[in-house]
Structures are given as structure tokens and as C-alpha cells.
Design a protein around this ligand. Structure first.
Ligand code: MEV
Length: 438
């Protein structure tokens, strides 16, 4: 077993790499390559290093653009960071398709975020309720040094309730606080407010007349919830079926019928729903990442929302009415356009510039539209020629890169595989045959 690496975090990057070399023989001759990904601008590299801990290099991912998104009458070129081939191409294809059919219509329903003080109390509930009722406004005021700035921007605490959770867990109560964090994602703001609120609540309650001194009262934790069903946005597209024209060679009536069926399947079958929603998140995550937002929070929330009614379902819906196809996506998206990485990471900053520096609500609308576009492309392929056609064409380039192909070999392979099935074996056989014949 490897010796414990004490003090690793305090070492320089060079020393960290040396220590890894000494501990992992298999990377001894390889790990120095990692330095080629250090940024030549030392100040910038320092900033990247400080985003996280124990950093030894940067991890590159492709940064692409899906152009031509028409959303609420405005055109956007959407930055996307993703490693999966064909995701950006699929989004771009859907954007171009819908730009000729009225574009995406998106609308934010609400922007409330939520956090909780979780605590235990085994005294009389009535005394607790009375204290909370009498002191709620005072408690909100007690955190005003933290909320004042946000209030100036139109946000702050939107509501605050005591919730009795004892039916689910012994002696368990919550104080649930609703927030509007304006254009900030607001995680640090919410958590700071919750922690301060919890301290003031505990102190106040313990010295109040309604507290029972012999009872047990304990704050367990204070934390925001990444489940934000009230930070919700819908994006939709629709058009007369005949205006769809042929889709991937399929007539519009058959296409629409199969399309709606495919979405219905994802509403009732969990196996399909997860893949369906993953396709939506292919687009959403790519933009969330490009703008320096928290894609883990978005993912966790999206999946919880997909199971909000007790079974995991498709986040999108499709139907036909009066010879028109309707396709919509409603999803919670807690996003920010100020603070955090959005100002510190130069590419996150640039992404927001590319989008015209949207406010958080507009970013929610753009992001939901991208998710809908991604879903439209995936289902369109699935119900027509299947996904492998487009997928493997894009994947061809990855395989050619893995095989270390020259420009000439790449061109010949692209031409050869234009009308053939791409697989690793077929491509490597083809490249070997080229190499042998030279
Ligand atoms: C691949 O990353 C995503 C798809 O599987 C989504 C779907 O099946 O809807 C194509």
C-alpha cells in the first residue's frame, strides 16, 4: 500500500508531480506531459489553480458554438462545452430547423430558491410555534447585514416558514426560507444567511419564555437545497405538421406520429426516460459549463424534478392538436450570470459576452431552449434513420485521431466512410490497408 501523502496540498505543482511519480510507477515517464497544458500566462494559470485544490494542471474540453438559435424573437449563438461528438452538431441542426418555423418561445415561471435550517426539538410544539410567530420578522431582520445588498438589487428573503417534519422523523423540524438571488446563483449568499439565521434562532429561542429548559434542541445543519422546483422555465416549439416538411427523409405525418409516440414512451418507461433526459442535459450541461454555472446542481435538480410525481418521467412533452405538432420542455434551472466563476473564468466571461450578457432569467430561457433543441434532434434521429449514422460520422474523427492519422489519411477515410457503417475495426482496417499499400 502507498504511504500516506501528508502535506500534499502545501507542495508546489512541480513537487506534487514529483511525489506522484515516486508513488505511481506506471506514470513515471508520462506525467511530465501534463505540464504542456499549463497556461503560459502565469497569472492566469494561478487563477485556474486557485479555483480548486491540489491542482497539477488544466483539463481541456472542446468549446464550441451552436449558432442560429431564435428564442423569443432574438438570435443567439450558444457556447457549449462538451466532450461528446455530435452534441453541438445536433443542437445546431435543431436551431436551424426551428429558425424557419418561428423559433423557440421561452418563459420563466418563477425564480425562487430555497434553503433550510434543519433542527431537532422535543419540547412542546406550541411553544416553538409561538416563538417563531412572534419573532419571525425579528429573525429576518437579524440577518439584514447579509441580505441588504441583495435587497438593493430587488432580491433577498421572500418567505420563511416553520415546518413540522415529525411525522417523518422523530423531533425533526425545519425552518424553510425562500430566496430571490437576482442574477447570482447565490449559493454562498443563501448558505451564509441560513447559518446566521440558525444561530440567531437558536440563541433567541433558548432564552425565550416558551422554551422548555429541560428539552433537547439542536441545530443539525443549515444548507440550501439544490431542489428548486420554483426556479422554473418552459421552452416550446410548435408548427403545422405539413410545415415540418420531410425530416431525415420521412414524411411529416409519419414523423410527427412517431415523434409524439417516442416522447410518450419516455413519459411511462423509466429506462427510456433516463436516456431521453440525458439527451436534454447533453445540451443544458454544455451551456451551464460554458457559463461557469454548477452543472452538478442542475443535474441533481433536473432528475429530482423528473420524478416529482412519484415516477421518473421525461422532462419534455409532445402532442398533436389540430394538425399541429407541439413540443415543450419545463425544467428547473437555478443559474447565475454574476459572481462565482462567471466573472473569474475568462471563457465563462466570454460565453456570457457571446450571449449578449443576459440576465439570469434570460439565461434560463436560452438554456431550456437548448435542452429542447437537443431533445428534438435526438428524437428526430431516433425515429427516422437512428442515431448511429450521425454519431459515428462524428466519432470517425475521434477514431482517426486515436489512430494518429495524417491529414491525407483523414481525408481518404472521410471519403471512404461517407456511405458506410463506421466502427473502430472497420476504420482501423481501412487505415492499415492505406498504410500497407504505401
Ligand atoms: C446520447 O448522448 C443521447 C441520446 O441517447 C439521447 C436520446 O436517446 O434521446 C441520443
Amino acid at each position: 500500500m502507498q504511504e500516506l501523502m501528508n502535506g500534499f496540498s502545501k507542495l508546489s505543482k512541480e513537487r506534487k508531480i514529483e511525489l506522484l511519480k515516486a508513488n505511481i510507477p506506471a506514470i513515471k515517464d508520462k506525467i511530465d506531459n501534463i505540464k504542456q497544458f499549463w497556461h503560459e500566462d502565469e497569472a492566469l494559470q494561478k487563477r485556474f489553480d486557485e479555483f480548486s485544490e491540489n491542482t497539477i494542471s488544466n483539463y481541456y474540453l472542446p468549446f464550441g458554438i451552436a449558432p442560429n438559435f431564435l428564442i423569443n424573437g432574438e438570435t443567439f449563438n450558444i457556447p457549449m462545452v462538451t466532450e461528446e461528438s455530435s452534441v453541438v452538431a445536433a443542437a445546431s441542426k435543431a436551431a436551424k430547423f426551428w429558425v424557419q418555423r418561428g423559433g423557440f418561445k421561452a418563459k420563466v415561471h418563477s425564480v425562487k430558491k430555497i434553503g433550510h435550517v434543519h433542527f431537532i426539538y422535543n419540547g412542546e410544539k406550541e411553544g416553538l410555534i409561538e416563538f417563531f410567530k412572534q419573532n419571525k420578522q425579528e429573525l429576518i431582520k437579524s440577518v439584514s447585514s447579509l441580505t441588504a445588498n441583495m435587497e438593493k438589487r430587488g432580491g433577498g428573503i421572500m418567505g420563511c416558514e416553520l415546518i413540522d417534519k415529525r411525522a417523518s422523523l422523530q423531533n425533526y423540524f425545519q425552518i424553510e426560507i425562500l430566496f430571490n438571488t437576482c442574477d447570482a446563483m447565490g449559493a454562498n449568499f443563501i448558505n451564509s444567511v441560513l447559518e446566521e439565521f440558525a444561530r440567531n434562532f437558536e440563541m433567541g429561542f433558548r432564552i425565550s419564555a416558551t422554551y422548555e429548559p429541560e428539552s433537547e434542541m439542536e441545530i443539525i445543519m443549515s444548507i440550501l437545497s439544490n431542489y428548486t422546483p420554483e426556479c422554473l422555465v418552459t421552452s416550446k416549439v410548435s408548427c403545422p405538421i405539413n410545415d415540418l416538411g420531410e425530416v431525415n427523409g420521412m414524411d411529416p405525418q409519419t414523423f410527427s406520429r412517431k415523434f409524439v409516440r417516442a416522447v410518450e414512451i419516455a413519459r411511462i418507461d423509466r429506462y427510456r426516460a433516463v436516456t431521453h433526459n440525458k439527451g436534454i442535459l447533453n445540451g443544458i450541461d454544455a451551456l451551464v459549463l460554458a457559463t461557469g454555472n454548477d452543472f452538478r446542481a442542475i443535474e441533481a435538480c433536473a432528475h429530482a424534478y423528473a420524478s416529482a410525481n412519484g415516477s421518473y418521467q421525461s422532462l419534455s412533452q409532445a402532442w398533436i392538436k389540430d394538425e399541429k405538432l407541439y413540443f415543450t420542455l419545463t425544467i428547473p434551472l437555478s443559474l447565475g450570470t454574476v459572481g462565482g466563476l462567471t466573472s473569474l473564468h475568462p471563457l465563462a466571461r466570454l460565453s456570457l459576452d457571446i450571449l449578449g450578457n443576459p440576465q439570469a432569467e434570460k439565461l434560463m430561457e436560452i438554456t431550456a431552449s437548448l435542452g429542447l433543441a437537443q431533445n428534438f434532434s435526438a428524437i428526430s434521429s431516433l425515429v427516422t434513420h437512428g442515431i448511429q449514422k450521425g454519431h459515428m460520422k462524428m466519432h470517425l474523427l475521434n477514431i482517426l485521431n486515436q489512430l494518429g492519422c495524417s491529414k491525407n489519411e483523414v481525408n481518404q477515410a472521410k471519403e471512404y466512410f461517407f456511405d458506410k457503417v463506421v466502427s473502430y475495426t472497420a476504420v482501423s482496417n481501412f487505415i492499415n490497408s492505406l498504410r500497407v499499400s504505401q
